[in-house]
Write a protein that binds this ligand. Structure first.
Ligand SMILES: NC(=O)c1ccc[n+]([C@@H]2O[C@H](COP(=O)([O-])OP(=O)(O)OC[C@H]3O[C@@H](n4cnc5c(N)ncnc54)[C@H](OP(=O)(O)O)[C@@H]3O)[C@@H](O)[C@H]2O)c1
Length: 266
């Protein structure tokens, strides 16, 4: 079956696990060529092999997105190796489990560096090429907590809110140059995100939250995400019942805030 992704170059950050990994697998099946990034080279090499794509069709590019200097250098190297970047999925991210009063400011900064500055630095490095080639599509993984604050996720929610401010501006500024932007707004999706979340003291949380475990499967979520990106939606809300909280906050904010204080945050 023909796919809009066929023959397109797609750069995915956070490709070693969860949503990014599944994006890589489903995009490879749809004929895309890939650039896979995250910090874990071994997992990326295993994923490249799993996609069935050759090393020329699927580049493994280890990258810590919180290191701004490395992001700019690595982007320059990738742009020398690929003919175009049709899609950039800024998906790398880390969640949080800690009350505001227990969270060190260093942890707040670390979360902003990965989730916000990582995404905008890479986008700024790739954007000139996208404009030069006549357009491109920037996809950004936000969260339902990019739409409201939620207990134990203060910096995470802040970083995801910041993405909306930045990338909605990009959409408006560069539309005439063919730049399309889609913000992904997932509720709970079953991945290792809660295991990999950071606590107030900067440790790995290391647990699968019960709420997380009851989420949507990553296969189903990514199918919906790719459909929404294909339709060039500005936002794709994806998840089970928890995703409806986005609309509850929008249309019934009083009720939303009464309930938010009562919901178990894990
Ligand atoms: N799952 C959910 O319920 C959910 C809901 C809303 C939003 N999201 C968002 O979805 C995105 C993907 O999360 P996930 O659920 O797939 O979780 P995950 O399984 O923990 O995957 C996170 C990915 O981000 C990468 N990453 C983390 N820090 C990085 C860094 N400094 N530099 C480069 N890559 C880094 C990780 O790779 P390495 O460790 O190899 O670097 C991994 O590939 C995140 O932005 C997350 O906030 C997830």
């Amino acid at each position: 079956m023909a796919s809009v992704y066929s023959g397109k170059w797609v750069w995915i950050t956070g490709a070693s696990s969860g949503i990014g990994r599944e994006l890589a697998l489903q995009l490879a099946r749809r004929g895309a060529h890939l650039v896979l990034s995250s910090r874990n080279r071994e997992k990326l090499v295993a994923l490249q092999q799993e996609t069935g794509l050759t090393e020329e069709q699927c580049l493994v590019v280890p990258l810590d997105v919180s290191d701004g200097t490395a992001v700019v250098r690595v982007a320059g190297e990738v742009l020398e190796r690929v003919p175009r970047v049709d899609y950039l999925f800024n998906n790398a991210g880390v969640s949080q489990r800690g009350l505001i009063r227990e969270t060190k400011v260093e942890v707040d900064r670390m979360i902003m560096e990965i989730n916000y500055f990582g995404a905008i630095t890479l986008t700024k490095a790739v954007l000139p090429r996208m404009i030069e080639q006549g357009g491109g599509h920037v996809v950004v993984t936000s969260s339902i907590v990019g739409k409201f604050g939620f207990p134990m996720r203060s910096a995470y929610a802040a970083s995801k809110h910041a993405l909306h401010g930045f990338f909605e501006t990009l959409l408006v500024e560069e539309k005439e140059h063919g730049i399309r932007v889609t913000l992904l707004v997932p509720g709970h999706i079953v991945t290792d995100v809660s295991y990999n979340a950071i606590t107030g003291s900067g440790e790995r949380y290391g647990k699968m939250d019960p709420g997380q475990a009851r989420g949507m499967t990553v296969e189903k979520a990514v199918k919906k995400i790719l459909h929404g990106v294909e339709k060039e939606k500005r936002e794709v809300v994806v998840g089970k019942a928890d995703a409806w909280s986005v609309y509850l906050k929008k249309y019934f904010p009083g009720l939303f805030f009464r309930l938010a204080g009562k919901v178990n945050p894990v």
